[in-house]
Design a protein around this ligand. Structure first.
Ligand SMILES: [Cu+2]
Length: 285
């Protein structure tokens, strides 16, 4: 490399950093304030809200890194183009200890900080919602002992729901009250499924013989999607329905009507329990 060319390097570096800073200053507020509110899974529950905040932070952190790479490439394509027409090899590069060290320290710090923050969010601030931590989540939300229990039962290929506070009746529809802490007790009758209530920010494994608890506190009324998030056989994709968050009076009215509607099957149901054993197991015994 000629002396003149080497002298140009800091100037190019400063220009790239300046362009990158301007682009980042434009992109960061757009991500946080314009794109952020629309990122999944929304804000229907406090648990979903904390997951959305995680998505906003990750996007806001990753976009400057992507912009730096793109800026460097575009700048290089434009400025360092070979305009002579002939095929000329560029000067050989033999590494740069400073840049390498900076790269390792910076990326290492970002990854470690995200790992610490991600673990904290998963374990503490999301209260085990969707963490699938089994019957005793590492962290439980305040007042969890007074949470409204709703049992979610998966089987090939249907979801049913039981309300132990209201006599343990079983319903094919799911409704929960707003501004109330709800404890989903997710289990399965046959094989492994996964209860994914998208807008609630809940994804909990449904495993036979396991009572998997996930808490949610819905901020407002509305519909939410329920899906099975574990490939569970031929009609896996049919394990989809809509759940509802109702106001407390509407929920109580719904409970009354649903209990009445499902009363005919009540006598065929097993008594309410944390888990149930599927018929083949019972036959084997
Ligand atoms: Cu399933």
């Amino acid at each position: 490399m000629t002396t003149a060319a080497s002298a140009q390097i800091p100037r190019h570096g400063i220009r790239i950093v300046l362009i990158w800073l301007v682009l980042t200053a434009i992109a960061a507020p757009l991500i946080v304030f314009v794109l952020g509110p629309h990122l999944p899974p929304g804000n229907m529950t406090s648990e979903a809200g904390s997951q959305r905040d995680a998505n906003v932070l990750l996007t806001a952190l990753l976009v400057p890194i992507a912009l730096l790479v793109v800026t460097f490439f575009v700048y290089s394509f434009v400025v360092f183009r070979n305009r002579t027409g002939g095929i000329v090899d560029g000067p050989p590069l033999f590494g740069d200890a400073g840049v390498q060290l900076l790269w390792i320290v910076l990326t290492g710090a970002i990854v470690l900080a995200l790992a610490v923050w991600g673990s904290y969010t998963l374990i503490v601030s999301s209260h085990g919602a969707g963490g699938g931590q089994g019957p005793s989540p590492v962290d439980q939300p305040k007042g969890h002992e007074h949470a409204l229990p709703v049992q979610v039962i998966a089987q090939q290929w249907e979801w049913t729901f039981r309300y132990p506070t209201y006599g343990g009746f079983e319903s094919r529809d799911l409704a929960i009250p707003d501004n109330t802490l709800v404890a989903f007790h997710v289990t399965s009758l046959d094989i492994t499924h996964s209860f994914w209530a998208y807008e609630l920010g809940v994804k909990a494994d449904a495993v036979p013989g396991v009572d998997d608890i996930a808490y949610v506190n819905a901020r407002h009324t509305g519909f939410f999607q329920i899906r099975c998030a574990e490939l569970c056989g031929l009609w896996h994709a049919h394990m989809a329905k809509k759940g509802r968050v109702l106001s407390l009076p509407a929920f109580q009215a719904w409970i009354k009507a649903a209990k009445q509607k499902n009363a005919v099957v009540q006598k065929y149901l097993a008594p309410y329990s944390d888990v149930y054993f599927p018929a083949p197991l019972r036959r084997a015994g």
